[in-house]
Design a protein around this ligand. Structure first.
Ligand SMILES: *Cc1c(COP(=O)(O)O)cnc(C)c1O
Length: 379
């Protein structure tokens, strides 16, 4: 082969290229923090909180240490704990189920839609009815997850939460930047949690997260909980909290990244459309949630036959195209969680885990690289 770059491995996440693109603006933001030295709760944290709230029109934003801690703070604020049932999809990242367990509550796994991969409202209703009928656990909350960057079925989830008297939490770790019916996601539930893990659409350079809400009382509680349950003064402890603050340096990085975030989202969407058009029949491309634009945390294809996945991954690797499996096991099958599962069959989640495959979709991908991914998938 004469073209030496043809088989240069493509990155699944290209942080060096991202840094280069962000250029001096990123360094200036970080340098400002190094200059003022207010590494904990420096001015960048409040500035970022305001920018995130403005992005989606939320009244309040509270920066926290990670997406997982955001979930924990929200659930602690509701007093969720022993004897409580928290309903959540079985096909999601582990953190969604981990947090109720850490607090002593029980995750109740719900199956997902075979096309959009989002939580299935009909199955959610059935699971709530069953828990209420059994009378062992108190039904407390629903966690809707915007899987892969597409919105969960929010209108239905809101209706169910209201009818059943449950708290509704939006796990927006993968979807900040997505749009539903013309509005940016962030106000679909009573509280919305974000993650700034480096691989998320709005990723920092370390761990970070935030909580959005329109309820000032809850926001005050979240602020107290992220700083050891502090009260009016630093050394008054009103409640059991945690060390859950967002680092100033992460806020500075995120402020630099927010400036070009709209363009990044547009680039991700353009890549998704190029993939959709490029793949041959037999590869199911992501089915869009009507009225929405995904934040494209993940672009996942669905293969017809589970047996096709390993050979396809091997061929992609040979051509320098990375791929990943989100998620190889639904949560109710995980060793740590299976004993907390009541044995209900969740066939869609189990099937998806066998046939799904994620392809690179970060904004640093060049058109040539996108073409190489398409060619490699086609064979
Ligand atoms: C990434 C992620 C989280 C956790 O976020 P961290 O910042 O890594 O703690 C929670 N839920 C979902 C759906 C995620 O994808």
């Amino acid at each position: 082969m004469t073209d030496k770059t043809a088989d240069k491995p493509i990155a699944f996440l290209d942080l060096p290229a991202q840094q280069k693109r962000l250029g001096p603006a990123l360094r200036a933001r970080v340098d400002a923090v190094l200059d003022h030295c207010r590494f904990v709760m420096g001015p960048e944290v409040a500035e970022l909180e305001q920018r995130l709230a403005d992005w989606c029109g939320a009244k309040e934003c509270v920066g926290v240490s990670s997406g997982t801690d955001a979930l924990q703070i929200v659930m602690m604020a509701e007093g969720i704990g022993r004897g409580d049932a928290v309903f959540l999809p079985a096909f999601t990242y582990t953190a969604t189920a981990e947090v109720p367990l850490v607090l002593g509550a029980t995750p109740v796994f719900v199956d997902v839609d075979p096309n959009t991969f989002q939580i299935d409202p009909a199955h959610l209703r059935a699971r709530i009815r069953a828990v209420k009928a059994a009378g062992k656990l108190t039904a407390r909350a629903i966690v809707g997850v915007d899987l892969f960057g597409q919105p969960a079925p929010w209108p239905e989830l809101r209706k169910i939460a209201e009818e059943e008297g449950l708290f509704l939490l939006a796990d927006c770790a993968q979807s900040f930047g997505a749009v539903l019916d013309g509005k940016p996601l962030g106000r679909e539930a009573t509280a919305t949690t974000l993650s700034f893990f480096p691989s998320k659409p709005l990723g920092g350079y370390g761990d970070g997260g935030a909580i959005l809400t329109d309820d000032p009382e809850r926001a005050a509680l979240y602020r107290s909980l992220r700083t050891h349950g502090e009260g009016g003064t630093r050394y008054e402890v009103l409640r059991t909290g945690m060390n859950g603050r967002l680092d100033t340096l992460q806020a500075a990085v995120l402020l630099a990244k927010l400036d070009g975030f709209k363009e990044e989202l547009a680039r991700r969407d353009a890549i998704a459309q190029a993939y959709d058009a490029g793949f041959a029949d037999g590869v199911q491309v992501p089915v869009r949630v009507p009225g929405s634009t995904s934040a494209w945390a993940i672009y996942a294809i669905l293969l017809k036959d589970p047996a096709d996945r390993a050979p396809l991954q091997a061929r992609l690797k040979e051509r320098g195209v990375p791929s990943a499996i989100y998620y190889p096991l639904p949560l109710h099958k995980q060793p740590a969680y299976q004993d907390h599962h009541d044995g209900t069959a969740l066939p869609v989640s189990e099937d998806l885990a066998q046939r799904i495959l994620a392809l690179p979709i970060h904004p640093e991908l060049t058109d040539d690289e996108v073409a190489r991914v398409i060619a490699a998938v086609r064979g």
